[in-house]
Design a protein around this ligand. Structure first.
Ligand code: DX5
Ligand code: ZN
Length: 216
């Protein structure tokens, strides 16, 4: 069964509390929090004030996905805002190892994410030091996009890299995941799946979350 991390990017921002409470009561394992700066990606989502509002009511770990440049400037503040997992983009870091160490020093799990056009082998050096690899299966910036099918072989590749080196690193996959492909993504080697639009636009989000977990 995959770890399911619904993305609140598709939640109702005019009544976020209701959606957070729905997720609290659901089978969701984590809550995926997408932070966008309008520079690393062509969109702006939300930042610290929204996270601080979520923190006291969320009963699941906050899985924070930073789509921002210079993430090293804000590591401590994301800890203060409630992040449990803090994932930065390979493409956005000048010194990735340093940022990963900084995340650990602040008591969070560290993740590294790669864009669809970034090959898996860029992860070679950092792999032993991270807790999680976040493989983007859409171009980051927007919810509700179509899953890029080439991601499947990248998941398999990262899975074999981790296995060959005997590491304990979780693979999370993000973008365009729903009931139609969760099985394929999990079978390819994903431990965790992010789901935004497929959960929040469904008639019964709690049921959809249940189905996402038990497809295999
Ligand atoms: C995209 C974000 C995703 C997004 C996923 O840039 O990183 O987490 O919210 O949404 P869906 O599941 O709708 O593709
Ligand atoms: Zn994300």
């Amino acid at each position: 069964m995959p770890i399911v991390s619904p993305s609140i990017l598709s939640a109702n921002f005019a009544n976020l509390q209701a959606d957070i409470e729905m997720l609290n009561e659901s089978v969701a394992d984590w809550m995926h929090v997408d932070v966008m700066d309008g520079v690393f990606v062509p969109n702006i989502s939300f930042g610290f004030p929204v996270m601080k509002a979520i923190q006291p009511i969320a009963k699941k770990p906050l899985d924070v996905h930073l789509m921002i440049v210079n993430p090293e400037k804000y590591v401590e503040r994301f800890k203060m805002a409630g992040a449990d997992f803090l994932t930065v983009h390979y493409e956005a870091c000048k010194d990735l190892k340093k940022v990963v160490d900084q995340i650990h020093a602040n008591g969070m799990k560290a993740g590294v994410s790669i864009n669809p056009e970034t090959p898996a082998n860029v992860l070679n050096d950092i792999l032993p030091f991270v807790d999680l690899v976040l493989i983007m299966s859409v171009h980051p910036g927007f919810g509700g996009q179509k899953f890029i099918p080439e991601t499947i072989s990248k998941i398999q590749e990262v899975r074999s890299m981790i296995k060959a080196r005997g590491l304990r690193v979780l693979i999370e996959v993000d973008g365009g995941i729903g009931l139609q492909n969760v099985e394929e993504v999990t079978a390819a080697g994903a431990d965790a799946v992010v789901a935004g639009a497929s959960v929040f636009t469904s008639e019964n989000p709690k049921e959809t979350l249940k189905k996402l977990k038990v497809t295999l």
